[in-house]
Design a protein around this ligand. Structure first.
Ligand code: C5P
Length: 193
């Protein structure tokens, strides 16, 4: 049985960094599932048709990291048919040997409810805004407002809202360095291998 790790949490909580560190440490495949929604949002036109036609090549667009692409992603992510069209791709990825790490919002709750390890990564709003603003070279206040808007849309939607799975381990990275957060996640995974 391949080993699946589900990592969920709000934007800029550190889940992507943790996922990459775990992938490197254990030699597992990694999928940033936010890219799927960003790609659908960036395609324009009918988001349901875009989600149904999505291919792995569409995830390589360099403009998907922008704050605008994040906002567009969180709008198309509220559409149940868009989410449904992306399930198979994610589940097939999760089954890759020797193991796979998926990070997103609904991995532990909807996409991989049987994952061997589920992490829910959180951090204080201002810390997340500072991290993302530094990454993108934008204003902290503006980033804070955007993250809050996106988080409340993600948590309030009826299909697959952002919330921890019952059996998820919560990791608060507010006061942690990247190295500390990665080391904490490695310890949790090692205890379940
Ligand atoms: O993780 P990232 O910030 O790239 O995600 C962009 C948006 O895509 C999120 O705000 C969320 O609305 C949506 N998303 C989702 N489910 C996932 C991953 C991302 O709804 N598994």
């Amino acid at each position: 049985m391949p080993f699946t790790i589900a990592i969920d949490g709000p934007a800029a909580s550190g889940k992507g960094t943790i996922a990459r560190a775990l992938a490197e440490r254990f030699g597992f495949h990694h999928l940033d599932t936010g890219l799927l929604y960003r790609a659908v949002g960036a395609m324009g036109g009918d988001p349901i048709a875009a989600a149904q036609a999505l291919s792995a090549d569409d995830l390589a667009r360099p403009d998907l990291r922008s704050a605008e692409a994040g906002q567009a992603a969180s709008r198309v992510a509220t559409i149940p048919e868009v989410r449904a069209a992306l399930v198979d791709f994610q589940r097939r990825f999760a089954a890759r040997a020797p193991g796979a790490i998926l990070d997103g919002r609904d991995i532990g709750t909807v996409i991989c409810p049987q994952a061997a390890v589920k992490l829910f990564v959180v951090a204080a709003d201002l810390t997340r805004a500072r991290r993302r603003a530094a990454e993108l070279g934008t204003d902290v206040e503006e980033m804070l407002a955007q993250l809050r808007e996106r988080d409340s849309r993600d948590a309030a939607r009826t299909t697959a809202p952002l919330r921890p799975a019952e059996d998820a381990v919560t990791l608060d990275t507010t006061a942690m360095s990247i190295e500390d957060a990665a080391a904490a996640a490695v310890r949790i995974v090692q205890s379940r291998l």
